[in-house]
Design a protein. Structure first.
Length: 593
């Protein structure tokens, strides 16, 4: 995969140095049994103390050199693997940040978190293992076979048989383990997703008292994860003892036949000792190789999952016209269907226009496509037919960064982040001073901030769980106002506010900036009626477009919404916003402007 090739190229030399150190360390280990054989054959059996001292000293020197190589490769392995892991996690996060909406829909949030944490950790551990011990295993194994063959070619037949049987066991282990580990990772995704859903909706769970249901869901997912883990490890737990048993049989046979050769004067005790030691080294190497292959199987599954993240669709590239927006927005026969959805268009042949200093309200039943228009305007998706024109130019011909910089969005679901109140408002303009932040908060009726312990320096918890829904929405509105963009999009931004607070926000001349176009998505007629133009949607299609008075006279859908929300006894002749508000008695909406 190209991303891994990039990492390898970056850390090529530390990696190659570590591999060289591992190879040298393995050679030093392989020299040990041969040197010991010389101590036995020449020194002890020959009763030569000087030979014992010479060969013994040489063994110590070789061991010391091997230790030096081991320390070097350990240091390199730790540094390279941790840096690579950090960069891989960062690149995954950057990729997730750059995903298009369609790309983000391809993988669940819980699975993305697992891939960015657990899977990258698995890759990191594998790289660390390669640089430390994994490369040592095949070198030691091959070296043991070669040196044992040099010592005694007849006995080496036993080693060849052991290697053949062990290789077959390792192959079967890999073949059976890979699909099991892939299922194990999916089961872990499910556990993370359920845990994330519970933590995000813990208050709703408490409100509905669905502890047992949630506990049952998690127990099922957790039990499935446990079963997948047992199945994925079952092959390894059977294979490893079998390999030990096979090598043990080979060692017994080597001692038995070696003893016969010694009796016939065809070998020496030192050679038999060295041969058995090589058999034990080979056993250790084979066991290590088994772990290497099993780790490789898990890493392969993790790498594939990480690769799926990098293969997801990116957001639209930041190319095109970078001319700052003036604020003229025109929807021209826009049609759009969500990719991978039901195939039914969410927006059907919709047209509307709003200019600087004007406001456009979009109203309609739930699921009418109101928020979808906001996503299209921010170019989270591209239209299937028709066009969205900004200042007369197709949005697809403009730089997406310029488009989004010129649009201030206040989303339907207020999303705040851990940090201070001031930091969250400054998302609208990171360069804004304290006075501008305070002014935006005042215009958004967020006076409650002054009553907080540290004012604008008060800390918000994750997702701002320590303030109410209405307070979140007012901070979100303040963030949008601070941006002071040519286009302000309010996607049902006052749904959590009472009528009095909403009227006060409008009373602060929200959206009345003569250089700003306002698009207001709402389900309230009492909010939409004050817009210059109203677009009525139903099932994604435009069923009404005009002023409040015109729609009350001509649009049946708008009339039904108005009657259900205001008063079913109101005469449709009372079509002015003031008359409509007065009909509510003490409603403050009419007196706000």
């Amino acid at each position: 995969m190209p991303v891994y090739a990039t990492y390898f190229h970056k850390y090529k030399w530390p990696f190659l140095i570590a591999v060289f150190c591992v190879a040298c360390e393995a050679l030093c280990d392989l020299l040990g049994p041969t040197l010991m054989a010389q101590v036995l054959n020449v020194g002890i059996l020959g009763s030569q103390l000087s030979a014992v001292e010479y060969w013994g000293g040489l063994m110590l020197a070789v061991t010391a050199v091997g230790a030096g190589f081991a320390v070097t490769r350990n240091i390199l392995a730790s540094r390279v693997s941790q840096r690579l892991g950090a960069e891989l996690r960062y690149d995954c996060f950057q990729k997730i940040m750059s995903l298009s909406e369609a790309g983000a829909d391809q993988i669940e949030t819980g699975s993305l978190i697992t891939r960015m944490t657990n899977d990258t950790t698995q890759v990191t551990q594998f790289v660390n293992g390669i640089m430390r011990v994994f490369m040592k295993a095949p070198i030691t194994c091959v070296g043991s076979i070669v040196l044992a063959s040099i010592l005694n070619l007849r006995l080496s037949v036993i080693i060849y048989a052991v290697v053949l049987v062990t290789g077959l066991l390792v192959y079967v282990s890999m073949k059976m383990s890979y699909p099991r580990f892939a299922l194990y990772q999916r089961a872990m995704d499910r556990v993370n997703t359920i845990a994330q859903e519970y933590l995000g909706g813990v208050r709703l769970v408490k409100a509905f008292g669905t502890y047992d249901e949630e506990s049952g869901r998690f127990a099922d997912a957790n039990g499935n994860l446990m079963n997948r883990g047992v199945r994925s490890q079952r092959v390894i737990t059977v294979t490893s003892p079998l390999i030990t048993f096979v090598v043990g049989i080979g060692t017994v046979l080597a001692v038995y036949f070696g003893a016969g050769l010694f009796v016939n004067g065809q070998t020496q005790p030192g050679d038999i000792s060295a041969f058995v030691t090589y058999m034990l080294q080979m056993l250790t190497s084979l066991m290590m190789l088994t772990n290497v292959f099993n780790t490789f199987v898990r890493t392969r599954a993790s790498s594939r999952r990480i690769g799926e993240v990098f293969a997801c669709d990116d957001d639209v590239p930041s190319t095109g016209d970078r001319t700052p927006l003036r604020g003229v927005v025109e929807l021209s026969h826009v049609t759009f269907t969500y990719p991978g959805g039901s195939g039914v268009p969410a927006i059907k042949d919709v047209s509307a226009t709003v200019r600087p200093g004007q406001s456009l309200a979009i109203i309609g039943p739930t699921g009418a496509g109101k928020s979808t228009l906001c996503w299209l305007l921010l170019r989270f998706y591209d239209v299937d037919a028709g066009a969205i024109l900004l200042d007369g130019k197709d949005i697809r011909e403009r730089c997406v960064d310029t488009v989004r910089a010129g649009i201030a969005l206040v989303p339907q679901k207020s999303m705040l982040f851990s940090g201070t109140v001031g930091d969250n408002i400054r998302w609208g303009d990171p360069r804004a001073d304290d006075d501008a932040v305070r002014d935006a908060a005042e215009r958004a009726q967020a006076g409650f901030v002054d009553d907080m312990s540290d004012g604008f320096s008060s800390l918000l918890g994750s997702a701002a769980v320590n303030i109410s829904g209405g307070q979140k929405q007012r901070l979100s509105i303040a963030r949008g106002l601070l941006r002071n963009a040519p286009v302000l999009v309010l996607d049902d931004a006052t749904s959590a506010l009472d009528a009095i607070t909403e009227a006060k926000i409008r009373g602060e001349r929200l959206g009345s900036n003569p250089g700003q176009a306002v698009i207001l998505v709402t389900q309230r007629c009492t909010t939409a009626m004050f817009a210059d133009t109203i677009l009525v949607l139903e099932n994604g299609a435009c069923v009404g477009y005009g002023t409040h008075e015109q729609l009350l006279a001509t649009c049946e859908t708008y009339q039904e919404i108005y009657r259900s929300q205001v008063d079913s006894n109101i005469s449709l002749d009372d079509t002015s916003p003031t008359a409509g508000s007065a009909a509510q008695g003490s409603s403050p909406l009419g007196s706000a402007d």
